[in-house]
Design a protein around this ligand. Structure first.
Ligand code: G6P
Length: 750
């Protein structure tokens, strides 16, 4: 339609202009032709009646007037003639018919030369133009005068109008024919092309294409291209929206009709603990919490999580609710209590000794115990029960978080069939061989496929998940639309790279850069000019902390000029300390840091500061702002939000990010110095490059990365998932309505 209009409008304009220019020219030519015709006609009539008129006027002078009148009356039977007159040689009008116009006068003197064309003129009368021709009347060598023939020209005007109309109609007809032919050809070729493309891209059974084998590679490329275009379109649509807490709120109201949002995760956003006999609040070191907390502030729903603080029970109401954030409540936290056995089996055991090492390639063997699995199942049911209790409607939007709650989606699907269950897997998903190590692979997949949407950080995690499903479960996989049909339900598998609040709330309260540099250096007994690298991680073996220390050692070996001038401050928040692997790792890290400090330390200088306490968020922001570089060395990480937090904290556009290639963040922040943490020399060189990087280059890199965070913040992450959930809900409603209409029993005739 648009194509057709795009063609038709210019065509109409061109033809209109053409008509406007051509019609007056044709009109003028027509009048000239008719005047010439009348000249000839007048001459012919004059020549025919010449002799007779001469006789009438010359022979019988007594009755001349009457006879001339009769003669003229006979001539006037020619309907084209309007009037006739006769002028004598003195130039006096002696005879004339009735309607002879007053404005027509005799010529100054009669024409004497026969060969001359009769004189003629077009005279405008009130009723229209007339053609006036003068014909010399002569005989026997004498000239009597001039006959004046006045022709009516109204027929010329009529014909001219008719001609104009004909020309216009002709142009319009030609235009219509051109337009019709062109549109038909365009439509046919477009349809043909589209059908051709469809045919080419159409997948037959088992994903085969109907295209001939020699075209298969082209088809594959085209299909990939179309998919990329679709992804691009989605991204463009998303980018056009500036994602803020407000956008998210509006989206909930508009697209999800204010439906209630429930988040369920193991880790809670606020932990109440007793310190020196007083209850204080701690925010945990968890990427999941960092990302979801601002989303919940915007959505004002309910967050269901494990109450893990020793003062958590003291602050909840009778339904285990506490409004958070403390001091400025914006949403409700529902705490779930776990027994020691449950926590040991579910959290420390199955989740963190089994699934965590299973999903991260960090060369730590997973341990699976049947007793842990039993606790894992029990606790997942506990969480699902709590969600069902919290749901006020039959179709809430439920955001299930992470590997700790893999069975919850199915449990919710069974109890709240109309709910939209969006599950986000915050850690990597390994290949099918690796995941298949888990003795309860099928049960976990069955549990996850209770979700409406399964989200991962990267496309490769989505691919691994789909491959695992294909290997272990009887389900139908639509790789084109990233859908899995299983047990009568459909699960969309999508990539939603997680992010942080940007611009961040904490940045508003942050210290100015110069002050932060001073305070942080003073706090860790560093001189004001010490170049500072920071690492902020949980004390987890996946974070590459040992590799970072080795890189610092190698830097000082390769570039001794940095000895005494550079320190890496590694914040390592204690985590999962009950697990033996973690205890061993902590010892190993401390031993390594000591060895390196002994090797290069002198006069109070230590290249590595290992700080094994939890740091509160505002403190961490100051650290980022005080640093010259931030080192993220994860051996395997779903996203890693520390990298993004560092960039967000640097509104001065200074500082360098050294980032492991094995994080999801490395795909989004290519301006970081991307390193392989296992390749110590490369990391050492990257540290040297970061420490020597000119301020202008730091600015360019930082500016680009901040631009990415601006466009891809956490509101957008949540927004995209909610939008997709809203679309799925709408589709489900349409399908439901249609099937109700089609299959409802006909009313009985009475
Ligand atoms: C990772 C996991 C989260 C978890 C966080 C902190 O980011 O994906 O689910 O909350 O680590 O671990 P923790 O065991 O302290 O909750």
């Amino acid at each position: 339609m648009r194509l057709t209009l795009r063609f038709l409008v210019p065509l109409v304009v061109i033809l209109g202009l053409f008509a406007y220019a051509v019609v007056p020219v044709v009109d003028r030519l027509m009048v000239q032709w008719f005047v010439k015709d009348l000249d000839l006609r007048a001459k012919l009539i004059g020549n025919t009646v010449d002799d007779s008129l001469f006789e009438v006027i010359d022979n019988d002078r007594t009755k001349t007037k009457k006879k001339v009148q009769q003669f003229f009356d006979r001539m006037m039977q020619d309907e084209r003639l309007f009037a006739l007159g006769f002028c004598n040689v003195d130039g006096k009008l002696t005879y004339q018919t009735d309607k002879f116009p007053e404005t027509v006068i005799c010529p100054p003197m009669p024409a004497t030369d026969e060969s001359l064309e009769p004189l003629s003129d077009v005279v405008e009368l009130p009723k229209g133009p007339v053609h006036v021709a003068y014909h010399m009347v002569q005989g026997s060598g004498r000239v009597l005068g001039d006959m004046i023939l006045v022709h009516d020209m109204s027929f010329v005007l009529n014909r001219s109008e008719e001609t104009k109309r004909t020309i216009m109609a002709f142009i319009a007809a030609v235009g219509a024919v051109i337009a019709f032919i062109t549109v038909v050809i365009a439509q046919l070729s477009w349809r043909g092309w589209v059908q051709g493309m469809r045919g080419l891209l159409h997948k037959g059974p088992r994903g085969s294409s109907s295209a001939p084998p020699e075209l298969q590679p082209v088809v594959r490329d085209l299909r990939n291209l179309l998919r990329d275009l679709e992804t691009d379109r989605r991204l463009r649509d998303d980018i056009q929206t500036a994602w803020t807490p407000r956008t998210l709120k509006e989206l909930l109201q508009k697209e999800l009709a204010g439906d209630e949002v429930i988040v369920v995760s193991n880790r809670e956003p606020y932990i109440h603990i007793k310190r020196d006999g007083k209850v204080t609040v701690k925010t945990p070191a968890s990427g999941l919490v960092t990302a979801l907390e601002p989303v919940m502030r915007a959505c004002s729903g309910t967050w269901v999580a494990h109450g893990s603080g020793d003062a958590d029970r003291d602050v909840v109401d009778s339904a285990d609710h506490v409004d958070v954030p403390p001091g400025h409540p914006q949403y409700r936290l529902r705490r779930v209590w776990l027994t020691k056995e449950e926590e040991d089996g579910y959290y420390y055991g199955f989740a963190n000794e089994g699934l965590w090492p299973l999903c991260h390639i960090a060369h730590v063997r997973p341990t699976f115990r049947s007793a842990d699995w039993e606790q894992y199942k029990r606790v997942n049911e506990k969480f699902a029960d709590a969600v069902v209790q919290e749901a006020k409607t039959e179709d809430p939007v439920i955001l299930v978080q992470d590997y700790l709650l893999a069975l919850v989606p199915r449990l919710l699907r069974e109890r709240l069939p109309k709910a939209s269950v969006i599950t986000f897997w915050h850690i990597p998903w390994p290949n099918p061989e690796a995941f298949g190590i888990c003795p309860w692979t099928e049960e976990i997949l069955h549990g996850l496929l209770g979700s409406s949407i399964m989200g991962f950080h990267t496309r490769s995690h989505c691919n691994n998940f789909i491959d695992t499903l294909e290997r272990f479960l009887e389900c139908r996989i639509d790789r084109e639309h990233w859908n899995v049909s299983y047990g009568g339900g459909i699960t969309g598998v999508q990539r939603y790279p997680i992010s942080i609040e940007y611009p961040g709330r904490l940045l508003r309260q942050a210290k100015p850069i110069a002050e932060a540099r001073k305070i942080v250096r003073a706090r860790y007994n560093l001189p004001p000019d010490r170049m500072l690298g920071v690492g902020v991680d949980r004390f987890d073996y996946t974070k590459g902390i040992l590799e970072k220390f080795r890189a610092v050692e190698r830097l000082l070996e390769m570039h001794p000029e940095w000895i005494g001038k550079f320190t890496l401050l590694q914040i390592a928040a204690p985590t999962r300390s009950k697990i033996e692997q973690y205890q061993r790792f902590r010892e190993e890290a401390a031993v390594l840091a000591n060895r390196i400090n002994r090797r290069y330390g002198r006069n109070g200088y230590e290249p590595i500061i290992l700080y094994t306490e939890h740091a509160e968020q505002q403190e961490v922001v100051d650290l980022y702002r005080a640093a010259d570089l931030c080192f993220v060395g994860s051996l395997h990480d779903g996203m890693n939000l520390v990298a993004k937090e560092f960039v967000a904290a640097r509104d001065d556009e200074q500082g360098v990010l050294v980032l492991s290639q094995f994080t999801g963040a490395a795909r989004e922040l290519p301006e970081a110095l991307i390193v392989n943490p296992y390749y110590t020399d490369q990391c050492a060189n990257a540290l040297h490059a970061a420490l020597s990087m000119p301020a202008t280059e730091q600015r360019d890199r930082m500016r680009n990365m901040r631009g990415i965070l601006h466009d891809f913040n956490v509101y957008r992450w949540a927004g995209r998932m909610l939008l997709d959930a809203a679309r799925m809900r709408q589709r489900a409603r349409v399908v439901h309505n249609v099937s109700r209409t089609l299959f409802s029993p006909l009313p009985k005739s009475t």
